[in-house]
Design a protein around this ligand. Structure first.
Ligand SMILES: Cc1ncc(COP(=O)(O)O)c(C=O)c1O
Length: 320
């Protein structure tokens, strides 16, 4: 993994969720600190911040997207902010280079969540090698799966050492078993080739869906983003009640036989007692209410299958 992801140290864990918590502990986040994260993210990331006794600071995601908006970061600054969690989600890669530069100037750690995009590259550099620490998930449905499991990657000796001190209690408290590791090894060799097929199918689907009035796609990715697709995401455009629209389309898409689900619930409604919110989190709310996610296995099927998927999605979206 260190060779494939280009970092010096790795700690295998029992899940991606625990990997986020360990990464935060590794970067030195502790009780009373603040951690910035997006108002739309994996629910466990909010809980991981709370688990180390820190307070989440929520900033909005980029317009029509799922990843943290770097323009929001200066608004969230405070002396208590020690880290920012940056998740690459639903095939969209965050502008991690820009965020790492901003954070480095302020001695803020970056925890890069690459659970959904193993093998993706930004400007030729692997997602997961940018942050002070980064996390992977080997959960049952993931692109690399051991049924359960995860990892923290870092090139900082200090971060690695803090994690070891926390996790080694005479034994590894959050281990990945040897059997799980054995299941993962052959998948590592196939990752690049499979990512490339999924990328090509995702791009075909984007072209096929673009003309549909009830479907909105995120803005086109910059040319230096080479993504990976654990989920293929898109938005159901809102007419009146965004959430009801989305539920109708989802029910119809499932009826058509598609492996599809809603996006994350997001944190825009979280109590201000549990977090500090920056602005109104409008885009996070939109992403939480309007996102649908096509599950990755279909992206290894043929171009003809993508045409059938797009037709079925189009029919379902018309049910809005
Ligand atoms: C972005 C992100 N982070 C973290 C996780 C947590 O991974 P795990 O399910 O292995 O705990 C997930 C799982 O879906 C995820 O999508």
């Amino acid at each position: 993994l260190t060779a494939q992801f280009g970092t010096d140290f790795i700690r295998l864990t029992c899940s991606g969720t625990i990997a986020v918590e360990l990464a935060l502990r590794g970067t030195g986040v502790t009780a009373g600190d603040e951690v910035i994260l997006a108002g739309y993210d994996f629910p466990g990331n909010f809980r991981a911040v709370e688990a180390v006794g820190a307070t989440p600071v929520l900033v909005d995601v980029a317009v029509s997207g799922w990843t943290i908006d770097p323009a929001q970061l200066p608004l969230a600054e405070s002396p208590a902010v020690k880290a920012v969690i940056v998740s690459h989600l639903h095939g969209q890669l965050a502008p991690i280079g820009e965020i790492c530069r901003w954070a480095a100037e302020r001695r803020i750690a970056v925890v890069e969540d690459a659970c959904q995009v193993p093998g993706a590259r930004i400007g030729g550099k692997t997602a997961g090698s940018w942050g002070t620490a980064a996390v992977l998930s080997f959960g049952g449905s993931k692109l690399l799966t051991a049924g359960r499991g995860g990892a923290v990657l870092t090139s900082s000796h200090e971060v690695a050492q803090r994690m070891t001190v926390f996790a080694e209690r005479g034994n590894d408290a959050f281990p990945l078993s040897q059997l799980q590791a054995a299941a993962l090894l052959p998948q590592l060799k196939q990752l690049d080739e499979r990512n490339s097929i999924r990328r090509s199918r995702a791009s075909q689907l984007q072209s096929l869906l673009a003309p549909h009035p009830a479907i909105e796609l995120p803005p086109a990715a910059p040319a230096h983003h080479e993504s990976a697709y654990y989920k293929f995401g898109f938005f159901v455009t809102a007419e009146s009640s965004a959430k009801e629209n989305r539920e109708r389309v989802l029910a119809e898409a499932i009826r058509q036989g598609l492996a599809i689900g809603p996006g994350f619930r997001g944190f825009y409604r979280r109590s201000e007692r549990r977090c500090r919110k920056i602005g109104s989190l409008t885009e996070s709310r939109r992403s939480a209410e309007q996102t649908l996610l096509l599950h990755h296995p279909v992206l290894l099927e043929s171009p003809e299958t993508m045409e059938r998927v797009a037709l079925a999605l189009g029919r379902a979206a018309a049910a809005r």
